[in-house]
Write a protein that binds this ligand. Structure first.
Ligand code: CA
Ligand code: CA
Ligand code: CA
Ligand code: CA
Length: 805
């Protein structure tokens, strides 16, 4: 009777103080470090004709080859259309995506940024914007002002060509139903968004357009025919026909003015301008559902409300509402193209190839835990566009160096290394060398994947709050090993937590050919730096013919070798594979920063920074502190795919895991000999969420090969807050269930201790998670325990256990 689960589990009880645990996958064993690493010196001189120079190539696939990089057909069975020569004609490859920077054009006004940041600080999905006057449209952030040539289709059917500064076109995420309907007509475009021409270079200021590559389509319903409320222009199938005539009011009142109204709509002749922001704020704060509100910028109040947003419209002086989600993380304008962040399955995300919904890095939930803040990821590559608007705010700077004084202020061997170093040209400017096409672009693309910020423009990286240390290596398409080694040592000496190496030697490189590189890698390990390296793009099994530095993952547990997956979770055909791949990650049709814009690239070069960013998120969470632990965690909590383990960041930081409870005997190894009978149990529940709200602890003993519940036995349970209670097992050997419903426990897990004194014998201590109604929801976990001798006299309390069937 009773204790059924326990009987089943305890049957194999052998005593001995062991705790049964799930097998923990161990990391690849560390080999001994190489003999006495000879460290490259950190000085900046090097001869270019070193005999150990080896050509490294970046692990990148040229855009015109990307069409051929369909999911691997040889290895994992895939149902992808593998044979038909696919994507050479795909729009994305041919699209001049540098010149047409998709919707990365959405520069934001400073007021927007400040307000949004403030709104985000209010947090919560209910945070909202309230614009008390039309948002100002001053443009900043565009340090350069690239122009884009567009063909404009006017509402009246005329077509003309205009040249528009990028920053004038602000992406609008909140659109009217009419705009959404128009947008839907361009669903087949790789990019289609609503933009607002804030400075009026393409027409009247505030005019909105649907933007697709190369074209702006004027939004018909907003044409200048001011007064006519009813006649939706007869633009191709405008879906407004039904709605407009049905209302007797001007349209502006039937719809919440979903976005900042252009200044001009003559239906509202600015009556409320006399109220100040402060007066409006007082009224907003008086609303019952409003949690917080503050003036974020002149004319903008950031509000977090639990109520319907429209109620804010009734506050005198409020002229419009805009969702604060605009700048919340995970809402970057280009994120729809970033299947590594969120795989919608849409072919738009990968040059026409449909994907597997959800086959992504699962990083968005992880950002609740960490965004990589406080970490530094070194991007050792072909240089980073230091002025890119979507990178500039996250670039690492050397705060110990005074810039431009010609002095090595921090004594690290590099003069004026304020923004990293160029180990290719031996200067302090790590911008890429122009004119080398893909090689020029490579490092900038990699940097964006690691850590493009969530700043409301363009893309978001895996670790949007990390710092990117730009270290350029190589001066043309190849990278001398000495250059790479110098950069690795610099990164390790100057505060990098993670080093991204999207570079590789050819297959079958001998370890003896890369001893300088190995020394630098080993040194980084000694400094506690995780090294993430691309497995290479040869499409080969490199188990026995490694490329380096990825191949060092076999010898060092602070090195990871990264292969590339597609948006269907298959191995990208170009990706090397084999037993020495540590982890796979998205590396195919990855949309990221490009010099002067954004573009797709494919390669293990792209998969590598995905993992480097994931590692930064994990390290910033504080859950692991060493590179070996970070590597082990990322592998252990990866998603199993047909290709191999693919990174899953939410799991890595402890989210998306099933609730669990575990029990262990403190000091179990010494218990039998040293402290007979006096036992402390550690009980830990994790990943708790409704309905996991109770923990039950039970005690059983084995007598003559039979398992018995121990009833009427006292334990002292100490809760996480330090409070203690004396509990007694019931007829089933169980303590009364203990509630674990407090919010802190739900967020961070719940731990408790149970103290008891046991007579000699063999025991099983069982923990289970229960719903609030008492139903078990998780497999029981058991600690076995053998007690020899009598309890030491103090406290006693227990007495001989009563046994019962
Ligand atoms: Ca210096
Ligand atoms: Ca200096
Ligand atoms: Ca330079
Ligand atoms: Ca961004």
């Amino acid at each position: 009777m009773g204790l059924l689960g326990v009987v089943a589990i305890v049957a194999g009880c052998s005593g001995g103080g062991a705790t049964e645990e799930a097998a923990v996958p161990t990391a690849v064993p560390v080999s001994m470090t190489p003999t006495e690493p000879e460290l490259p010196t950190a000085d900046t001189t090097r001869d270019d004709d070193l005999d150990h120079v080896m050509a490294l190539t970046v692990n990148w696939v040229a855009p015109d080859e990307m069409g051929d990089t369909e999911p691997a057909t040889d290895e994992p069975a895939t149902d992808e259309p593998a044979t038909d020569e696919p994507a050479t004609d795909e729009p994305a490859t041919d699209e001049p995506s540098i010149e047409v920077p998709a919707d990365g054009v959405g520069e934001l006004a400073p007021e927007d940024v400040g307000s949004a940041a403030s709104g985000v600080a209010h947090a919560g999905t209910s945070a909202r914007f309230v614009a008390t006057s039309p948002l100002r449209t001053a443009i900043v952030g565009a340090r350069r002002e690239p122009t884009v040539e567009f063909e404009i289709e006017r509402a009246d059917g005329t077509v003309e060509t205009v040249t528009v500064p990028r920053s004038s076109l602000v992406t609008r995420l909140v659109v009217t139903p009419e705009e959404a309907a128009l947008l839907a007509q361009f669903a087949d475009q790789p990019v289609a968004v609503v933009v607002e021409d804030v400075t009026g270079v393409a027409g009247p200021a505030g005019r909105r357009y649907v933007m697709v590559p190369g074209r702006l389509i004027e939004i018909g319903v907003r044409t200048a025919g001011a007064g006519d409320t009813g006649d939706a222009p007869a633009e191709g199938g405008e879906p407004t026909d039904g709605a407009a005539p049905a209302t007797t009011e001007p349209p502006a009142t039937t719809e919440p003015p979903a976005t900042t109204e252009p200044p001009a709509p003559p239906t509202t002749p600015e009556p409320e301008d006399t109220r100040t922001d402060e007066e409006i704020l007082v009224d907003i704060l008086a609303l019952p559902d409003v949690q917080t509100a503050e003036i974020a910028a002149p004319g903008v109040i950031a509000v977090a409300t639990a109520g319907p947003r429209d109620e804010l419209l009734f506050v005198d002086g409020v002229v419009g509402i805009e969702s604060d989600e605009l700048l919340q993380i995970g809402s970057e304008p280009d994120q729809r193209l970033q299947w590594m962040i969120s795989n919608s399955g849409s072919p738009d995300q990968a040059g026409g190839w449909p994907g597997l919904v959800g086959a992504d890095t699962n990083v968005t939930p992880a950002w609740q835990v960490s965004r990589g803040q406080g970490t530094v990821v070194a991007v050792i590559d072909s240089g980073v566009d230091m002025d890119h608007p979507d990178l500039v705010d996250r670039l690492w700077t050397n705060t110990r160096e005074v810039c431009g004084n010609g002095v090595d202020d921090d004594g690290n061997g590099f003069v004026d290394d304020c923004r990293g170093w160029d180990f290719g040209d031996n200067d302090n400017d790590p911008n890429p060398t122009p004119g080398l096409d893909s090689f020029t672009q490579h490092g900038t693309h990699v940097a964006g994947i690691v850590g493009a910020p969530a700043n409301g423009i363009g893309v978001v990286g895996m670790a949007p709050d990390t710092r990117l240390m730009a270290l350029k290596v190589g001066r043309n398409r190849t990278i001398p090993t000495s250059s790479l080694a110098g950069a690795i040592v610099y990164a390790a000496d100057n505060g990098a937590d993670v080093i991204n190496l999207s570079v590789a030697t050819p297959p079958n490189t001998l370890r003896s050919q890369v001893t300088v590189m190995e020394s630098a890698i080993a040194y980084a390990g000694q400094r506690g730096v995780l090294v993430v390296a691309g497995a290479g793009n040869n499409g080969l099994d490199v188990s026995n013919g490694p490329v380096y530095p990825a191949g060092f993952s076999q010898f060092y547990d602070h090195v990871m070798s990264i292969g590339a997956t597609t948006n269907s979770d298959t191995r990208a055909s170009f990706s090397n594979y084999g037993s020495n791949i540590t982890l796979y990650a998205p590396g195919w049709w990855i949309w990221s920063t490009y010099v002067d814009g954004y573009n797709f690239m494919s390669g293990t070069s792209m998969a590598t920074p995905v993992v480097a960013g994931a590692a930064a998120v994990l390290l910033a969470s504080g859950q692991v502190t060493t590179p070996a632990a970070a590597r082990a965690r990322l592998v252990e909590r990866a998603d199993a795919t047909v290709t191999g383990p693919r990174v899953d960041v939410a799991k890595a930081v402890g989210l998306d895991l099933p609730p669990s409870v575990d029990v262990s005997v403190r000091g179990a190894d010494t218990l039998v000999a040293d402290v007979p009978g006096r036992v402390s149990l550690d009980v830990a529940a994790a990943n708790l969420a409704a309905p996991a709200t109770q923990v039950r602890i039970s005690l059983a003993t084995e007598v003559d090969g039979q398992v018995w519940a121990v009833s009427g036995f006292p334990m002292t349970v100490t809760a996480p807050d330090g409070s203690t209670q004396q509990l007694t097992t019931d007829g089933q050997g169980s303590l009364p269930p203990i509630a674990v419903s407090d919010p802190a426990a739900l967020a961070t897990g719940w731990t408790a201790t149970a103290d008891l004194v046991l007579p000699a014998g063999d025991y099983a201590i069982v923990t289970e998670l229960l719903t609030a109604a008492g139903a078990p929801i998780e497999g029981a976990r058991v600690a076995y325990l053998a007690v020899s001798g009598a309890p030491s006299g103090d406290g006693g309390g227990g007495g001989a256990p009563t046994t019962t069937t």
